[in-house]
Ligand binder design. Structure first.
Ligand code: B12
Length: 228
């Protein structure tokens, strides 16, 4: 199969249909076919899954669809992620030396984890030791775990405007405990913008999982070279 724009649109159309019916098996089959046609798991994720979820989110915001549809979208995509994309990404990765320790989680009150899981996996296969605290993680839990694990980076994911303020809370808590210099803080997720990230004084923002790896690597470089 040649992967041109019309093939990609056809895949998106199939994904929309699978989400409408909530058919996980057909979603899994679609992902398997895409990989069999030489599309990389990340390419499939960015070209097919991401835009369809974005559309679904917009339809939800316009009240054209409701929570059950949103839940079906999450269910179908998570099955594709767990059963096809994550194993394929893991299988394609070599062994690399540990480049840093990251504590990751979705902010308090937030149960969105599709993007966070992709970021965690990409960090892991790029040599980071990742502790994934899951979803709905309180700022204090991030900090306690970061101290226990002697982490370099705290990575927070937020998709809700109501969960974003916990990123600022974490920064303030770190400052209050005198720990701000000990941990780098990065964030991402649909709710976070680069400007907002900068305004609350965190160390990095990433648009997607590839950027997440790059910012974490770049932030750790001065530490590795003994400059920070
Ligand atoms: C699927 C979905 C759900 C599923 C989630 C399933 C799951 N297991 O994750 C379910 C049904 C549970 C859900 C529930 C809700 N949702 Co919802 N959901 C979505 C939807 C459609 C897709 C999210 C997604 O997975 N996107 C794909 C991933 C890959 O993108 P991503 O998470 O942004 O991650 C990428 C980058 O942002 C970045 N990244 C992510 N995290 C991090 C972290 C770091 C450190 C870095 C560097 C980068 C990074 O890399 C990722 C990979 O590329 C979005 C729409 C949207 N535009 O995002 C709405 C959306 C996020 N949901 C929304 C809402 C309102 C809700 C509910 C409140 C609905 C309700 N009335 O109950 C609840 C809240 C539940 C809760 N307490 O969290 C709103 C949020 C609005 C807002 N601004 O606050 C959105 C934007 C829809 C909309 N337009 O209205 N949702």
């Amino acid at each position: 199969m040649q992967l041109d724009q019309s093939n990609i649109e056809a895949m998106r159309e199939r994904l929309r249909a699978n989400i409408t019916t909530g058919d996980r098996l057909l979603g899994v089959q679609l992902a398997q076919e895409a990989l069999a046609a030489q599309m990389s798991p990340l390419e499939f994720f960015h070209a097919v899954i991401d835009p369809v979820l974005e559309e679904i989110g917009d339809q939800f915001a316009r009240l054209e669809i409701f929570l059950p549809e949103l839940m079906r979208a999450g269910m179908v995509v998570k099955a594709m992620q767990k059963e096809v994309l994550e194993p394929a990404i893991m299988a394609g990765s070599g062994k690399s030396n540990v480049t840093g320790r990251v504590i990751i989680g979705a902010c308090q009150g937030d149960i969105h984890d599709i993007g966070k899981n992709m970021v965690a996996l990409m960090l892991q296969i790029n040599g980071f030791e990742v502790t994934d605290l899951g979803t709905n993680v309180a700022p204090r839990t991030f900090i306690e775990t970061a101290r226990q694990k002697q982490a370099d980076i705290i990575a927070m994911s937020s998709l809700l405007t109501t969960s974003m303020p916990y990123i600022r809370d974490l920064v303030q808590l770190l400052e209050g405990f005198g720990l701000r210099d000990q941990f780098l803080v990065v964030a991402g997720g649909a709710a976070v913008t680069p400007d907002w990230a900068q305004s609350i004084g965190i160390d990095g923002f990433g648009e997607d999982a590839v950027e997440a790896v790059n910012i974490c690597r770049n932030l750790l470089l001065p530490r590795k070279e003994g400059l920070a």
